[in-house]
Ligand binder design. Structure first.
Ligand code: CIR
Length: 264
C-alpha cells in the first residue's frame, strides 16, 4: 500500500494567481473597505516568495481582471493525491474562474479531473492524510459533494461531510491542518463535533481570524498580528512563519485561499 503519511502537508509545488486591480471589487459578506490593490500585490508577493524560499516550485498565473476574486485560487480547484480537480465555485461572479483554472492546471498537471454538477468551493475542503472533510456551506451543496466524492474515493480519501457554521464563509475560514492528525480550529467550529477522531488545538479567544493557517512542509504559516496563537503553536513545537494578509481579509480571504499546494 502507498505510504500516505504526510501527504496533507509535504509538498513540492504551489500555484498562485496574481491579484488584479479589480480585487477592490471582491466579494465580501460584511461590507467594509475595499482592499488596496497595490498593498494587496505587496502582501501577495511576500506570500509567493515564502513558498519559493522553502525550495518549492511555484507557478504564478497572471491576474484575471474579469474575475475580481480569482486571486483566491483555492476555491475553483482542489489538488489531492497528485491530481487536480476543477470544481464549480458557488458564487455566481466566480463560476467563470473554472475555465481559466482548467487551462492553467492542465499546463502544470498534464490533465485535470472535474465535477460537472452542483457547487463546491475548495475553501470548504480540509484534507488530512486519509480524509477529505467537506463543509456544506452557502457555496458548497449536496449535489456538488455527490459529484466530488467518487473522485476523492478513487484518490484514496475517505470523505466526511460536515457543516460550515452559519455566518462563516468557508469551512477552512475557521480551521487549518497542523500535521497528519492535528487540526487548528476556532472553538465555534470545533464545538460542532466535526473533528471527532482528530487532535484539535483551539484558537485563543479573540484570535479566531488566525484559524485559517497552512502547514507547508516544516512550517506553519499563520497571519501576522495574533501573538497568542503564535505563542501557542510554538509551545506545541511548530515552526511558525507569519505573513500579513490584511488586504485579503477585507474581502473575506485568508492565507490558505491564495495558493494550491501539491506534490508531483
Ligand atoms: C469570496 O467571497 O469568494 C472571496 N471574496 C473570498 C474567498 C476566500 N476563499 C477561501 O476562503 N477559500
Amino acid at each position: 500500500m502507498t505510504n500516505i503519511t504526510g501527504r496533507s502537508f509535504r509538498f513540492t509545488h504551489a500555484v498562485s494567481r496574481s491579484p488584479g486591480k479589480s480585487i477592490s471589487n471582491g466579494l465580501r459578506a460584511g461590507g467594509g473597505p475595499n482592499p488596496n490593490p497595490e498593498n494587496f500585490a505587496r502582501e501577495h508577493e511576500a506570500y509567493v516568495n515564502f513558498f519559493k524560499e522553502t525550495g518549492a516550485k511555484v507557478a504564478l498565473f497572471p491576474a484575471l481582471e474579469a474575475f475580481p476574486d480569482s486571486v483566491f485560487v483555492e476555491d475553483p480547484a482542489l489538488c489531492a493525491g497528485g491530481k487536480a480537480i476543477i470544481l464549480r465555485p458557488g458564487a455566481e461572479s466566480r463560476f467563470g474562474e473554472a475555465e481559466p483554472m482548467t487551462a492553467a492546471l492542465t499546463e502544470v498537471f498534464g490533465s485535470v479531473m472535474s465535477i460537472e454538477t452542483g457547487f463546491v468551493d475548495g475553501g470548504d475542503i480540509l484534507l488530512t492524510d486519509s480524509e477529505a472533510l467537506i463543509g456544506i456551506s452557502e457555496r458548497t451543496n449536496d449535489e456538488g459533494v455527490a459529484a466530488l466524492e467518487p473522485i476523492l474515493t478513487e484518490l484514496g480519501y475517505k470523505t466526511r461531510i460536515v457543516h460550515t457554521p452559519e455566518g462563516v464563509l468557508h469551512f477552512k475560514s475557521d480551521c487549518g491542518l497542523l500535521d497528519s492528525e492535528t487540526v487548528f480550529s476556532t472553538s465555534l467550529l470545533a464545538s460542532s463535533g466535526c473533528f471527532e477522531g482528530n487532535k484539535v488545538i483551539t484558537a485563543p479567544d479573540g484570535e479566531e481570524a488566525a484559524a485559517n493557517l497552512i502547514r507547508f512542509n516544516d512550517f506553519v504559516i499563520m497571519r501576522t498580528g495574533f501573538p497568542k496563537t503564535e505563542a501557542l503553536l510554538k509551545s506545541h513545537g511548530y515552526q511558525v512563519k507569519t505573513l500579513s494578509c490584511d488586504e485579503a481579509a477585507k474581502v473575506d480571504g485568508g492565507l490558505s485561499c491564495m495558493s494550491l499546494r501539491f506534490s508531483l
